[in-house]
Design a binder for this molecule. Structure first.
Ligand code: UDP
Length: 316
């Protein structure tokens, strides 16, 4: 297939671009490189630098694309609270421009990077796709708005859409890994200590209602996550918008993650226990039964492997 990957220079987009190219697809990456890295685009893919507003139609029109995988997004929760307009414009505005370009170019198949942040604070665990969506920050709200647009566009314009709701993604795929300029995620921050770039890791909150008092999250290896995108592509059906959670059904506490990082790196990784980070729910764990039943997907790579691969990438 000929595929457009928006945000293919970012962490997850670059991994999926590599997997698509390895599977024999023709991949064009559209990325404005505002947070992505040109050298993360795999050798088998072509990079077009531009925003969705400026370039999506130009790239798609008359070029014989079969589908779009849409990763391009602003994705920092804290920044979204400080500057919500950047998220409404950068996520919803840019996505609308992409969907408009797709309509005009006659490309109706899309796999979209949605997020656990669309659910907000869960009422029960593990989270099901049918649970209420009550995002607690503009990032999650903007992603939920895009999901809503896709539901409408499937109904009104015959789009065949699949939204994949990511929980915590970790690990690397060879030369493609997590390289954010502003790094807020736990595992890369812990590994910075092992690399000697930081003296200690801050653990945000020790008084949560969890077995060890630190937050519990559902971690999935980016290679497993990427595999789900290839399955989702084949699952797109004109007129339907399907939503699947991508998690493992179980979680690890922040303390447990740090401990695995100590084991994998052999570094003592000193930890400082501090205040809660605003907006963090105690437990976020996904039910992945829906995607398992529909597409046979389940994660295969464990937390040890995620940290081992992230560590190999961090030392490159
Ligand atoms: N966390 C932490 N120290 C850090 C970064 C994150 O204690 O330096 C905690 C954070 O509060 C959350 C968990 O690790 O409970 C996972 O956070 P991350 O930002 O990686 O992902 P999120 O679950 O927020 O999407």
């Amino acid at each position: 297939m000929k595929l457009l990957v928006t945000g293919g220079a970012g962490y997850i987009g670059s991994v999926v671009s590599a997997q698509l190219a390895e599977a024999g697809h023709e991949v064009v990456v559209l990325d404005d490189l505002s947070t992505g890295h040109g050298d993360a685009v795999p050798a088998g893919a072509r990079l077009v630098r531009g925003t969705l507003r400026e370039s999506a139609f130009e790239v798609l029109d008359g070029a014989g694309f079969d589908a779009v995988l849409h990763f391009a997004a602003k994705s920092l929760v804290g920044e979204s609270v400080a500057n919500p307009a950047k998220y409404w414009d950068g996520n919803v505005g840019e996505s609308l421009a992409l969907f408009d370009a797709m309509r005009r170019a006659g490309v109706g198949r899309i796999v979209f990077s949605s997020t656990a942040a669309t659910y907000g604070e869960p009422e029960s665990t593990p989270i099901l796709e049918t649970d209420p969506t009550r995002p607690t920050n503009p990032y999650g709200a903007s992603k939920l708005a895009i999901d809503t647009i896709l539901t409408e566009y499937a109904r009104l314009y015959g789009f065949g859409a699949v939204s994949l709701r990511y929980f915590n993604v970790a690990g690397a795929h060879g030369a493609q890994g997590e390289r954010h300029t502003v790094e807020t995620h736990l595992i890369p921050n812990v590994l910075k200590v092992a690399l000697g770039e930081k003296d200690s890791v801050s653990i945000f909150g020790t008084d949560y209602a969890t077995p060890d008092g630190t937050c519990v999250r559902d971690y999935v290896h980016v290679v497993d996550l990427g595999r789900a995108h290839l399955l989702a592509l084949d699952d797109t059906e004109p007129g339907a918008h399907k939503i699947y959670n991508l998690g493992s059904g179980s979680g690890y506490s922040v303390n447990e993650v740090v401990e695995v990082c100590r084991k994998v790196t052999g570094h003592p990784i000193p930890a400082e226990y501090g205040e809660r980070r605003a907006g963090d729910p105690a437990v976020l764990v996904a039910s992945s039964e829906k995607i398992n039943a529909a597409l046979g997907w389940k994660p295969e790579l464990d937390l040890d492997r995620m940290v081992t691969d992230a560590w190999a990438f961090a030392r490159r």
